[in-house]
Design a protein around this ligand. Structure first.
Ligand code: CA
Ligand code: CA
Length: 299
């Protein structure tokens, strides 16, 4: 072999090794992105309640023994029992519209998000009134979010909110174009961190175009600090680990009388830490349900 031939042979060899490494990385990333697991289904209850205006369930929060929810079409905070029935006496109206998510700051204070107005409302549950309104655009760091959302339609905005009660940090998600996770300071003054919930970090589902994959609700697991995020269109629940940006996905399906059903239009999620249960509400007209699954034990 001449020196030139040796060089070209080595170049080819290097190229093949590089291609193999790239192929390996792609395969590894796909394998990571499709880290699929199964949820154990426990129960489901009908929740549509036209007489109380609870027609488009859009968010969910857990409070000892009961659930709080909001509905797109109504300016109200609803209290549901564990079987999904509305407790009328414990539900009340607030001046808000387009509510998409709810969480509890503590047992007496809730935070709700208005999607199109991109606002967080602080609600005193005892006094039954809104005590503060904070626009995302007024927070320090809002310009970084705005730079990522230059052409985003108004109806693809805030979809869910949750609070890590161990440190007070608030998390919100935006629906799509792009899918963002934001961490917000406990006093709502500042957007601290931004994560793109991209295909690369595991927000992908086989058979669903990336542009069609939305996120519609979020809750934090008190035991692990991981964020559980539902997708309406992808019919999937994602568990996002903030520390290593890894995501596990769980298809939203269950079996009943030997048949497998998918949960479409999931909109809100909450965790009961004591019972280790995940609750999910979907917005499917009169067929809207509250679903209960066992919270998987983390490795
Ligand atoms: Ca929602
Ligand atoms: Ca929306």
């Amino acid at each position: 072999m001449t020196t030139q031939n040796t060089r070209s042979y080595l170049t080819k060899w290097k190229k093949s090794v590089m291609l193999a490494v790239i192929a390996f990385c792609v395969v590894a990333q796909l394998a990571m992105a499709q880290d699929n697991s199964t949820l154990r289904f426990i129960e489901k209850h009908k929740i549509y309640d036209g007489s109380n205006g609870f027609k488009e369930p859009s968010g969910l929060a857990f409070r000892a023994g009961e659930l709080l929810s909001v509905s797109d079409n109504a300016g109200a905070i609803y209290t549901l029992d564990a079987e999904g029935s509305i407790n009328e006496k414990a539900s009340f109206e607030i001046p808000a519209k387009d509510l998409e998510g709810i969480t509890l700051l503590d047992d007496d204070i809730a935070l709700v998000v208005e999607e199109e107005r991109t606002r967080v409302l602080t609600v005193n549950l005892v006094k039954r009134r809104v005590i503060a309104e904070t626009s995302l655009s007024d927070m320090t760091g809002a310009d970084r979010v705005a730079a990522l959302r230059t052409n985003t339609p108004k109806n693809k905005s805030l979809e869910g909110i949750t609070v890590d009660r161990s440190n007070g940090v608030i998390y919100v998600v935006t629906e799509a174009e792009p899918r963002l996770l934001l961490s917000i300071a406990p006093d709502l003054s500042e957007i601290m961190d931004i994560w793109l919930l991209s295909e690369q970090v595991g927000f992908s589902v086989e058979g669903i175009e990336d542009s069609a994959l939305d996120v519609s609700g979020i809750t934090v697991s008190p035991s692990t600090g991981n964020l559980w995020i539902v997708s309406d269109q992808a019919r999937t629940l994602f568990e996002f680990n903030l520390t290593n940006s890894k995501t596990k996905s769980y298809p939203l399906k269950y079996q009943n009388h030997g048949k497998t059903y998918q949960i479409k239009h999931a909109e809100g999620i909450a965790i009961d830490p004591e019972e280790r249960r995940i609750y999910i509400v979907n917005d499917d007209g009169k067929d809207s349900h509250l679903y209960g699954f066992a919270l998987p034990t983390s490795p």
